[in-house]
Design a protein around this ligand. Structure first.
Ligand code: DC
Length: 242
């Protein structure tokens, strides 16, 4: 059966994109790329180098120059991948609250997006990939074979993020997590370049009341539908009819 070769999964913070994207890639034997990691890596590098987050020119120059590598896990400590910035392992550092706080402003800079999107598009061109982010279906891979947009209520997403932090053994306050997720939603959805929104040809799944298994089942059903020719992206339809 024919399979979608490029799969885009977008959605707001804690909508389940990364979990579902990773599981789907594993099931299909595809490469998994969580593009949020790249924005986080640039943000982390700016913070440790003392570059002010509001210095757009300096942060943009950094995004063009920093070397980000996403590898299979190099340490068995619960990570799903290893992230290197100029050779340094920052897998856990990029999940810290300081990075959470600064990453949305950094990812709103057009030059930062251009630098990272170009790298993401190069990886997407090879196919057999599940790419996860905010603008994959709309901007990075507008011709992706299958586009999925995962959503959930703000409260449910904050509760998931809270549980994740607690599970890592860190301190968390639900109200603070809620405020932080709300703030990121606002910045990600209202920025002028590549704002968070579903592509016109994306399938939207509300995951608020669904378990991970249920979401994965729905996504796998969409993959099967594609193979049976029941679902094609607009780009493909145009391509086939020309
Ligand atoms: O998915 P995440 O929480 O790790 O993403 C971190 C930030 O990166 C998020 O607030 C918005 C930004 N981002 C983006 O602008 N475009 C992407 N394709 C992925 C993430």
């Amino acid at each position: 059966m024919r399979r979608p070769s490029t799969i885009a999964i977008d959605g707001p913070a804690a909508s389940g994109k990364s979990t579902i994207g990773g599981l789907l890639a594993e099931r299909l034997g595809y490469l998994y790329l969580d593009t949020g990691v790249m924005y986080r890596a640039v943000t982390w590098a700016a913070l440790v180098r003392g570059i002010p987050i509001d210095d757009e020119a300096a942060v943009t120059a950094l995004a063009r120059q920093v070397k980000i590598e996403i590898l299979r896990p190099t340490v068995q400590d619960g990570r799903s991948y290893t992230v290197l910035v100029d050779g340094q392992d920052v897998t856990w550092e990029i999940r810290q609250p300081e990075v959470n706080h600064a990453v949305s402003p950094v990812s709103a800079y057009p030059g930062v997006r251009a630098a990272l999107s170009a790298q993401q598009r190069r990886m997407g061109r090879k196919g057999r990939i599940v790419m996860v982010g905010r603008d994959i279906g709309t901007v990075v891979l507008p011709r992706a074979d299958l586009k999925i947009y995962l959503d959930a209520t703000l409260e449910e997403r904050a509760a998931r993020r809270y549980r994740e932090v607690v599970a890592r053994g860190e301190q968390a306050d639900y109200e603070q997590v809620l405020a932080s997720v709300r703030r990121r939603d606002e910045i990600d959805s209202n920025r002028s370049v590549a704002p968070l929104r579903p592509a016109d040809d994306a399938v939207v799944i509300d995951t608020t009341t669904l378990t991970i298994e249920q979401v994965l089942d729905r996504v796998l059903a969409l993959v099967d539908d594609y193979g049976r020719g029941r679902r094609q992206s607009v780009a493909n339809r145009e391509e086939n009819s020309s």
